[in-house]
Design a protein around this ligand. Structure first.
Ligand SMILES: Nc1ncnc2c1ncn2[C@@H]1O[C@H](COP(=O)(O)OP(=O)(O)O)[C@@H](O)[C@H]1O
Ligand SMILES: [Mg+2]
Length: 300
């Protein structure tokens, strides 16, 4: 496995964390040697360990089929690992029954699905309020505040079908944040967006992390990864590399490095974009619209 810049957050699956857990605060998200084998024999995750503190944004990269979505679903309690442990704020998910797991997911986890999963028959406001409504909580002003935070206060009564792709993506982010969860997962939240809209969505996730939430985002895009505090690279269900304070150039280089080891080569990475990058973290910050991660504010 490639180790870069001395990061210690992600460990290869064959390195057990059990006797190396450092003293200190409980990580917001803690995966220990997580395996997931699907019926039929596909091993989607082959012993992934990952520890993410509160207030940190992690980008998960890897070729199609490398296990990214499975990792997110296991980490979020939407799927159960075949073995290994997942803890959210110190609570082990394996020990929870379905009802308790549903409660934990509802109260402490936000998820931005790759397919968004907005409900077409509900208004934008109702979609954003959905996790509160399902929890039997009074949406009050919170859903409106979440919509305002993503810049969609004036579209509250519209149906999702009347919004642009980027606006729908922002509704999905508002819904993921409306319960003020500890951990937010996002599966390729910018995959279908133009560069400027992508930067707006990334700024929202960055802001959530700066607010103290933990953000785990799957992406194919080195520029999107540069918004994160750390990039974790999956290959065949294992953590193949990680990069602290990732810059787009370093992420791109690592993707190429990892791609060389595969039969398919670097053509696997359709989204590699050329420099200069108009929508990197610096772009919005320069326009005073969002805080970029500190490692992108001043070149190292
Ligand atoms: N429900 C499923 N049943 C069987 N195999 C699956 C299922 N979901 C994913 N897989 C397989 O697991 C591997 C990892 O998939 P996935 O986590 O979706 O990867 P990624 O998100 O990186 O593209 C792939 O080989 C995929 O075909
Ligand atoms: Mg996927």
């Amino acid at each position: 496995m490639l180790r870069r810049r001395g990061s210690t957050e992600a460990l290869a699956g064959d390195e057990s964390l059990s006797d190396t857990v450092p003293a200190g605060p409980v990580p917001a998200l803690d995966l220990d040697t997580v395996r997931r084998t699907y019926p039929g024999g596909v091993t989607a995750l082959d012993g992934v360990s990952l520890r993410v503190p509160a207030g940190r944004m992690v980008a998960v990269l890897g070729r199609s089929g490398s296990g990214k979505s499975t990792l997110l679903q296991c980490a979020a309690g939407l799927d159960r690992p075949t073995s290994g442990t997942v803890r959210i704020g110190g609570t082990g998910l394996a020990g929870l029954g379905e009802a308790a797991l549903t409660r934990l997911r509802r109260d402490r986890v936000g998820f931005v699905f790759q397919s968004l999963n907005l409900v077409p028959s509900l208004s934008v406001l109702e979609n954003a309020a959905l996790p509160l409504l399902l929890a039997g909580r009074e949406p009050g002003g919170r859903a409106r505040a979440a919509l305002a935070a993503v810049g969609l206060a004036d579209r509250a009564e519209d149906r999702p079908a009347r919004l642009s792709g980027g606006q729908r993506q922002r509704v999905a982010v508002a819904r993921a944040l409306v319960t003020e969860p500890d951990v937010v997962f996002a599966d390729e939240p910018t995959g279908a967006l133009d560069p400027v809209t992508a930067a707006e969505v990334l700024a929202l996730l960055r802001h959530a992390a700066d607010d103290g939430r933990t953000v785990v985002m799957v992406t194919h895009d080195p520029v999107a990864a540069a918004w994160a505090d750390e990039a974790v690279f999956l290959h065949a269900g294992r953590v193949a590399a990680h990069e602290a304070a990732p810059r787009a150039e370093a992420v791109r280089a690592l993707l190429h490095e990892l791609g060389r080891g595969s039969r398919e080569g670097v053509d696997e990475w359709p989204h590699l974009s050329p420099d200069p990058l108009p929508y990197g973290p610096g772009a919005l910050a320069r326009r005073g619209r969002a805080a970029a991660p500190s490692h992108e504010r001043s070149p190292r």
